[in-house]
Design a protein around this ligand. Structure first.
Ligand SMILES: [Zn+2]
Length: 454
């Protein structure tokens, strides 16, 4: 679309961020008159570079929008946040550019939210142009449901009462490239029973997904709270959580409030280029120890989790594919393109509440895919102080039992159906089980059994 199509903007806002504004959100107010049906917004800035954290030397400016209901934490006036990946957006009464929320264009003071994620040495000159009632039609069309492939190779059975799912994915409602129904269809093809839907700093995607079920994976409504010092996932919540203040105190408070409201809260990808986690570890239910393919530096996340356990923190190891693209031909090497890589397996009923409880209690193991090795760790009902390990489809891997001081026992898994019991050293406060390939990559990891459970 060209300027000629739109005519002159109704409002032009300009300003400049210096280096010391980096990672500090600013709210820029503008007045909206009554009886509007549509707003269109376009922005631009100097020395623009990609948001990829490995690229520096220029500017990356994130954008979001609040309506006349205000900018307070949790405000219903939050109309959306699109990071730096959309340079223009429309909000109409009956449609909006994802991830923005359509609806009434109320008169009063609105605010553009600007986040200078990166500011280069020459500063960042920015311009926001806004058109009132430009009369645009929705360019967004569903491409129709994706064809359902009948998989000729059925997925191996899990133990009765166990479900497999993916806890972390993105759609067009943040920086992914597929509509929520397409993502859900792809999750069904990947053999998943549930899908945690976690677009960045938005919840509008949850409505677009619907509840799932009925032949599709169950939708676990979530959000990836995306701050400038790290990301955290919340599942079982239908509201947005504060992301604008990248100070440890503010982040911890938001995580605590989310958990108290009933959400399951987990730190995402604490590893280089995750981006990493720059805060302490507030009380959380989980840590995403496995994000995308194992080889993408997840050993750093695993070490982060192990350190938490050693300090006596009872926090679950969880996995998420962080899938962004179902269509793109030149995939971003930072992200998995495969839902279910890895897969998180939960002992839960086929209901969202039960899935949330299971996540909270860490009744989970993570495996390389929905066809990957299954790793069940239980107390041995026959002998106090012993554990029982069952491995399915893990032949060729090595089972390792790990406590706070390192490996307790190891055994070669030499059959598709394999089980064994092990004595746990009396002084070990917990035991974790993991399966490693001959080249040392993790193929599955099970959450700890604690001493008092034995
Ligand atoms: Zn993230």
């Amino acid at each position: 679309m060209t300027d000629a199509d739109l005519g002159r903007p109704s409002v032009v806002l300009t300003g400049r961020f210096e280096k010391d504004h980096e990672r500090r959100y600013a709210h820029v107010p503008f007045e909206v008159p009554s009886r509007l049906r549509q707003l269109h917004l376009r922005y631009s800035y100097s020395d623009q570079i990609d948001s990829d954290p490995t690229i520096t030397g220029g500017n990356t400016l994130d954008i979001g929008l609040f309506d006349e209901r205000g900018t307070a934490e949790g405000s219903p006036g939050f109309r959306g946040w699109s990071g730096s990946n959309k340079m223009e957006l429309t909000i109409d009464e009956v449609w909006a550019t994802p991830p923005y929320r359509r609806g009434k264009i109320g008169a009063g003071t609105w605010n553009v939210l600007l986040g200078p994620y990166k500011v280069g040495s020459r500063g960042c000159d920015w311009k926001v142009e806004i058109w009132f009632d430009p009369g645009l039609r929705s360019p967004w069309k569903m491409t129709g449901g994706i064809a359902r492939r009948v998989d000729p190779d059925p997925f191996p059975d899990a133990r009765p009462g166990w479900l497999r799912g993916d806890l972390h994915c993105h759609s067009l409602y943040s920086d992914g490239d597929a509509w929520p129904p397409e993502v859900l269809g792809a999750a069904a093809e990947a053999g998943l029973d549930f899908l945690g839907v976690t677009d960045h700093n938005n919840v509008a995607h949850q409505l677009a997904y619907g509840p799932g079920g009925d032949g599709l994976p169950l939708v676990v409504p979530g959000i990836e709270v995306t701050t400038y010092g790290g990301h955290w996932n919340a599942w079982g919540t239908d509201r947005w959580w504060e992301f604008r203040e990248p100070e440890a105190k503010a982040v911890e408070r938001a995580m605590r409030t989310a958990a108290e409201s009933g959400a399951v809260v987990s730190i995402c990808h604490p590893k280089p280029f995750g981006p990493p986690w720059e805060y302490d570890v507030p009380p959380v239910h989980g840590i995403e120890v496995w994000n995308s393919d194992w080889v993408k530096l997840n050993s750093v996340s695993l070490a982060f989790w192990r350190e938490c356990l050693r300090r006596g923190r009872r926090v679950a190891a969880l996995g998420g594919s962080d899938t962004h693209y179902l269509h793109r031909r030149d995939p971003d090497p930072r992200h998995s393109q495969r839902l279910g890589t890895p897969t998180t397996w939960l002992r839960a009923d086929r209901a969202v509440e039960s899935i949330l409880t299971s996540l909270r209690e860490g009744r989970a193991f993570v495996s390389e895919s929905a066809r990957g090795p299954q790793l069940y760790l239980d107390r041995d009902p026959a002998r106090t102080g012993w554990i029982a390990v069952e491995v399915r489809d893990g032949a060729g891997a090595t089972l390792q039992l790990v406590g706070p001081e390192g490996t307790i026992a190891a055994a070669a898994v030499d059959a598709a159906a394999w089980d064994r019991t092990f004595a746990v050293p009396a002084h070990a406060p917990y035991v974790v089980a993991q399966l490693a390939s001959p080249t040392g990559e993790l193929r599955a990891i099970a959450n700890p059994i604690w001493a008092e459970q034995l």
